[in-house]
Design a protein around this ligand. Sequence first.
Ligand SMILES: C[S@@+](CC[C@H](N)C(=O)[O-])C[C@H]1O[C@@H](n2cnc3c(N)ncnc32)[C@H](O)[C@@H]1O
Length: 446
Amino acid sequence: MLKKNEEYIVDIIDNGFQGEGIAKIDGITVFIDQAIKGEKIKIKILKVQTNFAYGKIIEILEKSNNRIDAECSTYKRCGGCNLRHIKYQETLNIKKTVVENCMYKALKKEVKVNDVIGMENPLYYRNKLQYPVGVNKEQKQIMGVYSSRTHNIIPTEECFIQNKECQIIANDIFKFVQENNISAYNEETLKGTLRHIIIRIGVKTNEVLVTLVLNDNNLKNEKELIKYLTEKHKNIKSIVKNFNTKNTNVILGDKTEVIYGDGYIYDILGDYKFKISPLSFYQVNPIQTEILYNTAINNVGVDAHIDPDDIALDLYCGIGTIGIFASKYFKKVYGIEIVKQAIEDAKYNAKINNINNIEFFAGDVEKILPEIIKRDNLKPNVVFVDPPRKGLDKKTIELLKELQPSKIIYISCNPATLARDVALLEEKYELKNVQPVDMFPFTRTH
Ligand SMILES: C[S@@+](CC[C@H](N)C(=O)[O-])C[C@H]1O[C@@H](n2cnc3c(N)ncnc32)[C@H](O)[C@@H]1O
């Protein structure tokens, strides 16, 4: 029987869903953060549950060839890049195995999964920085990333996956916050003004959108802050305040107020220009996004047989990116998305890209899709779905089974729900190709 605080020497037999090392002691599975398959490690047991336990590394006795020195100073405490200690190529192998395992578990058979498409330069890739601001024990302002599994903020002035320009602007805002004694949100008392700093950059256009998430409308020295930032960073096109007074983990509130510029920026993906607003979803890794979208479209086989009468659906379309990429191959594309602002952006994006064969609808796919199908007596030939992590709802899966498009292209950021949904769709469809794309290098797999 395993006991907390006991020490063991174990062989790491695999890496799991979160990249954690896996060992077995007397048939009990032990998860060990930052351990790598093939290593021999002295561990201490941290927690014991009925069928599994958690351990922590005391000493690495035999090191894997895939282990590298993580150059990042916050890495061990931050919950972000939990694969930073592993060679990049091996992280891609781990991610591939995770997809294979998810498929095997859900479909009860081996599925061929292609090698993960990785990045040539897997650093500084994020176009969106999102740092909480809070107070430390001395009640002084603090900005950074949450430490793993907690809401303790680790001061962060450098991050190896963050766009460098976004980091510099965040550091400047925080310097201003400290110098002007702007009040920071305290998660315990629920008091204080500034909760989050969000900075988005159009990597191709170099345009920057700053969002300050506030708990109240008392941002001290607001005008001076705008002047300081926009004089120092000419590429800041807009600054907005977003109000979130709720005690939740959700970062953004519903209400935004533009205090500088137009309230949005542009970015370019492939041949298209996209408007990005503070509340709209936009993929955080633009280099891999182009690869992802082109992979999705190539999997339709459009180059092989373009039928000008084909109809496509882009479900969970965000600001319309996939539908716009695909529009030239189809007679008409229908896009559905729940965030109204994103749909407004999507309509605008179609217009500025001179695309006239796409129609967007704001609402819940589960509810809106059956209505559109009925209204236009639609028989879609191709359906793109790109749902949030929880995957597709049962009603939509049933409808997709009835509609019988010749192809469904399922884009997913969670291999577990993807595999679950594929198992349900398999009653009517054959799984043809599984192509992972590494959208978040060095971070866990979902
Ligand atoms: C993973 S994102 C994909 C967005 C877009 N395809 C892209 O690549 O940028 C998922 C999107 O689904 C939207 N969404 C979440 N639940 C939804 C629902 N029930 N109905 C419609 N859209 C939903 C989210 O707002 C988000 O924009």
